[in-house]
Design a binder for this molecule. Structure first.
Ligand code: FES
Ligand code: FES
Length: 178
């Protein structure tokens, strides 16, 4: 059994401790917002927040996650109200959208450290790959999110999601009761 916290809920996985966190989240917890891109730690599609750090979940096992706090894109905001989600929608950042959950999680970690990051800080923190090429809009959206966080700007609310985090994290056999 491997125990840790996912999106503020204690969980224990009846899986091999060497299982990559990405697959426990996606296959056992049905948290499919976290994406598989490369499996080699390069693309960042699988990025989650672990104890306040942006971590590529394909590169960490559930055994190494024991006792830690994991946050996925599903729990960033229950209503798409996070400033990054608002700014990404307002700036039409998403193209196919596949890389976006990982980029938003990495950006949320950055903005928690600084709500007014420089271009250089953004480039250093967001090393995720986007094959659609959203890069020209990315810095602007992150800076806009910072302005929203600082109370300097408001944008129209994005439409509500079609699924709640509760429904996204269904109970399945691989996920034991805490
Ligand atoms: S799937 Fe983890 S970094 Fe690409
Ligand atoms: S929006 Fe398509 S991969 Fe980034």
């Amino acid at each position: 059994m491997t125990r840790f916290t996912v999106n503020d809920r204690p969980v224990q996985y009846r899986m091999d401790p060497d299982t990559p966190l990405l697959w426990a989240l996606r296959d056992a917890s049905n948290l499919t917002g976290t994406k598989y891109g490369c499996g080699t730690g390069d693309c960042g599609a699988c990025t989650v927040d672990i104890d306040g750090e942006a971590v590529r979940s394909c590169q960490v096992t559930i055994g190494k996650t024991e006792g830690r706090f994991v946050t996925t894109i599903e729990a960033l905001s229950p209503d798409r109200g996070h400033p990054l989600q608002q700014a990404f929608a307002a700036d039409n950042v998403s193209q196919c959208g596949y890389c976006i959950p990982g980029i938003i999680i990495a950006s949320s970690v950055l903005l928690r450290q600084s709500d007014d990051p420089s271009d250089e800080e953004i480039d250093a923190a967001i090393t995720n790959i986007c094959r659609c090429g959203i890069y020209p809009r990315l810095r602007g959206a992150i800076k806009r999110a910072g302005r929203i966080m600082r109370g300097e700007e408001r944008v129209a609310a994005a439409p509500p999601p079609g699924i709640t985090p509760d429904n996204a994290a269904k109970s399945v056999p691989a996920l034991g009761k805490s």
